[in-house]
Design a protein around this ligand. Sequence first.
Ligand code: AMP
Length: 489
Amino acid sequence: MSVIGIDLGTTLSCVAVLKNERIEIVPNNEGDRLTPSYVSFSGDEVLTGKAAKYDMDFNHRNIIYQIKRLIGKKYNDPILQGDLKLWGFEVINKNNCPIIQVDCNHDLKLFHPEQISSTILLELKHDAETYMGSTITDAVITVPAYFNSAQRKSTKEAGKIAGLNVLQILNEPTAAAIAYKLHHTHKHKACNVLIFDLGGGTFDVSVITIRGEVFDIKATGGDAHLGGEDFDNRMVQYCIQEFYRQTEVDLSKNKRALSRLKMKCEDAKKKLSVSVIAKINVDSIHSGIDFKATISRAKFEDINNDYFAKTLHGVQNTLNQAKMTKDKIDEIVLIGGSTRIPKIQEMLKRFFNGKQLNNSINPDEAVAYGAAVYATDLIKQKFSERKHLMESKIFDERLEQQREARQTFEYYISDIKQYFTCVGTHKLSSYETQLIFGRCDNESNWIEEHKMSNIGELEKRQLHLEEFVRHVIYIIRKKDKTLSTRWFN
Ligand code: AMP
């Protein structure tokens, strides 16, 4: 029986499966290993992936993308409100839930974010089924480590709508560490791993401590709006200036020229990861005039220097949060397509005093790869557990419920940490910070040490922690009324 690992990305998604005793990345119906996370509605037709993305020039109001930024969020979420301004599609407010509105032949249709995500998941499921020649229902889906319970729940729901039995929602950095088998390489002592994930639109840093099979996420950070698209946009700006210098024509308002330039700039950027010079040619960009330019790697690095530096600040901040100095990091793992940029690798290596980076697995595929390894292990474990359970006549269901209760508690702890990290040290005294994070760490340690604890015990401890958190928020709010409690309403 086949089982899949899915990296449901903001811009691109990837699915992996175990085939002939090896984990393989599944190609989609176009033969690509990555599928754009796009869904488009055109008349009665629903397209996904590349076909949906290429509809952009003609049907931009009915093309849905970056759905991962919406899933599990409330409409009034301030970050979501910022994102809404950048999208070409319509999102309406229904009882504080963001609902996507598309126009299918003048018939307005409404979709929950989970439904849009499920369309992408269904496409990936179909691709895997075609590849394996059999039906697939079991899957592990990855999410960013900072996702809260609502975002995880909605992602799981999207899987269900797509007809998947979601075995587990797995943290992306954990999946990446699994892909590099770091839990096997450092079997006998705890190991600290820094996961540097720079993709198309987001930059995530995570610090994880691995002890045996336990992956403890110590801190997460980064920038939700930093990635390859920003580097492309800087190149577009550079080209606009070049074209103006050559012709005195301003392209900055010409939408079609800009979108053509953007594609060429992305190609040039990728070329600059392997060569020191790249050409950007666009035929008849404006009134029959061609655009021709050459850009060097040094120039590319120069125009993006501040963005690149920002990634190192993100690393330092996350280390600070984890209360770790850089020399305590045993492994550095690179994921996300933009980590192919040589300057990024060079800066990161220098920051870690020349430490070797783990970047041998394709950075866009490492997360799906790790998720498939994990999914395969889960299924094997389930089979052996079941065999064992049948022998001892205990219900498998109880173990499953126990696992769920443990996971819910772990998500809750990670939510609290994320929440208080966002609140920041400026609102908390060092005593308060120590109190909250110390208590969370205690609970994490307890879960780790009591793997077979019963559901009642787990729920009781979670209730106590919830009470404690409510009390802390109450005390802080007495001093500072601006403290947002949206996660805990
Ligand atoms: P991801 O979201 O992780 O798949 O990353 C996608 C981003 O990686 C896009 O902005 C791509 O342009 C970028 N990318 C992919 N390959 C390369 C490359 N060889 N050099 C630089 N950036 C790349």
